[in-house]
Every structure is written in structure tokens, then in C-alpha cells.
Design a protein around this ligand. Sequence first.
Ligand code: CU
Length: 158
Amino acid sequence: MSTARTGSDAPAAASLHGVLRRLLPAVAAAALVGAVACSKSETPPEGAGATTTAPTRTSKTVVTEVLPENKPIQVLDNRFYPEGAVVSSGRTVSFENDGRNDHNVLPFDDGAFAPVQTDAFHPGDKATVTFAKPGTYKFYCSVHGNRDAGMVGTIVVR
Ligand SMILES: [Cu+2]
């Protein structure tokens, strides 16, 4: 039994090796393309400690757009607009439910800011959140998503 087993395993391992060897150039090429795309979108400052590990970073949400003083974060069906914004510390950000559904605005990290609850945020409602300290505040609507998907936004407080 054991000899039959090793007998059938060996060719499988060998062919896997062959497959890997054939795939390797393609994988390397894909990684290279990814690295180029990454460095292009991220544009790391020259000589600012950029290392070869940089391409592994997924620059998914780099928030740079400053939220104008009188502009709210619109809460739509089903997204926040803008999805990300930079504000100065101490700023009160207003959230406006411009959708046709109830929504809420919950911090990823419980207690990071006072949440806007669903029963206080019907269509047409406005709510304000004050961000006292600098940091990155991610938020989501639990009615239409979670921390990983759906209605998710980010406010960067400087
Ligand atoms: Cu929602």
C-alpha cells in the first residue's frame, strides 16, 4: 500500500514542479506589472526610504482630497460621497442623507467618534460628527455593508 502511494505521488509532485516552472515567468511578469502600476499610483517621494518591499503595499485608499468647509459628506444609496476626505482637526463634519433609505455612520473602531444611528438618519436628515484628534477614521454603514464591503468611507484628520 505504501509503495503504491509513493509511486503515484512522485509523478504528481514532478508534474507540479513542471507546471510551476512553466508558470514562473508569467508570475514574475505579472508581479512586475503590478509593481509598475503600484509605484505609478503611489508616486513615493524620491529617496524617502523607498525600498523594494513597496510594491507589496496595496494603495487602496489614499485619501488626499480636502473636504471644503461648507461641504457635507453625502450619504447616498449606497455609498458615501466623497468616499474619502481630509479635514483639519477639530473640524465638525456634516453627514447628509441624500438617499432614499435610512443609513448610519459607524466608526470601524468603536468609540473613535460618536456614531450616527439609523433611527436618527432618515432620508433628508443631517448629522454632524466632530473629529477632535488627528488620525484616520474609517467608517461604514451597517445597513448596507460592513467593515470590508459596501458603504465604507474614510476621513483623514490632520
Ligand atoms: Cu446605508
